[in-house]
Design a protein around this ligand. Structure first.
Ligand code: OGA
Ligand code: MN
Length: 281
């Protein structure tokens, strides 16, 4: 008996978990069943939760140690969270955002693919949501890989890719920039999920700057073709937030993006991550 039921959100990925109050401690059987469900569905949604920073953090710790913030503390917006916590919000004090990722659209990306040990999971809890827009899109990168046309697959098979991030939601790092100034890391183009053993495409539109063996221009072309494939493959779930939603996603086999939203509407979510491990092809 695990005390929860699963309800699919999309044909390809995502499930809503009903019957759990995440503010209460989980017993080991329920925790193990949730991990199994998470590995299968990649994105889990829990609606109607009331979570303090402490209870959200405790829930997150069921899955492993918390991930670190990669951005240096003195380079972060004031109040944008201490240590493991991140506030994702457009609320401003004296015109300055008090949190991270404040405004509008965000291109598809994998959290932390630009560091050697990418976080496994991210948990976002909605405290204030917009009336329109600000949806989060999740793509199943295992199915994206499985359905890739042979010619595209052979262009990336066995290659490495350079991921870089300059903490901007819709701007990529330019290679002629001094890349040493930005977080960056080489990763396999296709990774094997350390827990499920499934293979997943590990390329995204925001952070993937270069594919080994190709010029910058060729790399952009391949990346764009891959993104067009993902968009056409019916592997994307679009989450429309309600206050009290907690969504946890797996960064090793999904990428995510955010749709635009009106700047005059307030949006505020609290985020913790689960530390991961180095990824191999
Ligand atoms: C994140 C992220 C998207 C959103 O927290 O990593 O990409 O919808 N958030 O705010
Ligand atoms: Mn993200």
């Amino acid at each position: 008996m695990t005390g929860f039921t699963l309800h699919k959100l999309h044909r390809s990925l995502g499930a809503e978990v009903r019957g759990l109050d995440l503010a209460q401690p989980l017993d080991p059987t329920t925790r193990d069943a949730l991990i199994e469900a998470w590995l299968e569905h990649m994105v889990l949604l829990f609606r109607g939760q009331e979570l303090s920073p402490e209870t959200q953090r405790r829930f997150c710790e069921n899955f492993g140690p918390l991930g670190e913030r990669s951005r240096k503390a003195d380079d972060r917006p004031e109040g944008a969270g201490v240590e493991h916590e991140m506030l994702v919000t457009n609320v401003r004090r004296d015109g300055v955002p008090i949190g991270s990722l404040p405004d509008g659209e965000m291109y598809f990306h994998h959290d932390k693919c630009y560091v050697p040990v990418p976080d496994w999971g991210t948990m976002l809890y909605a405290m204030v949501v917009t009336d329109t827009g600000g949806h989060t899109l999740f793509a199943n990168m295992c199915e994206a890989l499985e359905t890739l046309p042979d010619d595209l697959r052979s262009t990336i098979d066995g290659r490495r890719v350079l991921h870089m991030y300059k903490y901007h939601p819709t701007e990529r790092v330019e290679l002629e920039d001094d890349i040493g100034r930005h977080d960056h890391c080489w990763q396999p183009a296709v990774v094997t999920h350390p827990r499920s053993g499934r293979r997943a495409l590990y390329i995204n539109e925001l952070m993937t700057a270069l594919i080994d063996g190709y010029s910058e221009e060729e790399s952009c072309g391949i990346r764009d073709a891959l993104m067009a494939h993902v968009r056409s493959a019916n592997v994307i779930y679009e989450h429309k937030w309600k206050k009290g939603d907690l969504v946890m996603w797996d960064n090793w086999c999904t990428m995510h993006a955010r749709t635009d939203f009106p700047p005059e509407q307030t949006r505020m979510l609290r985020r913790y991550t689960i530390r991961g491990q180095a990824l191999t092809a």
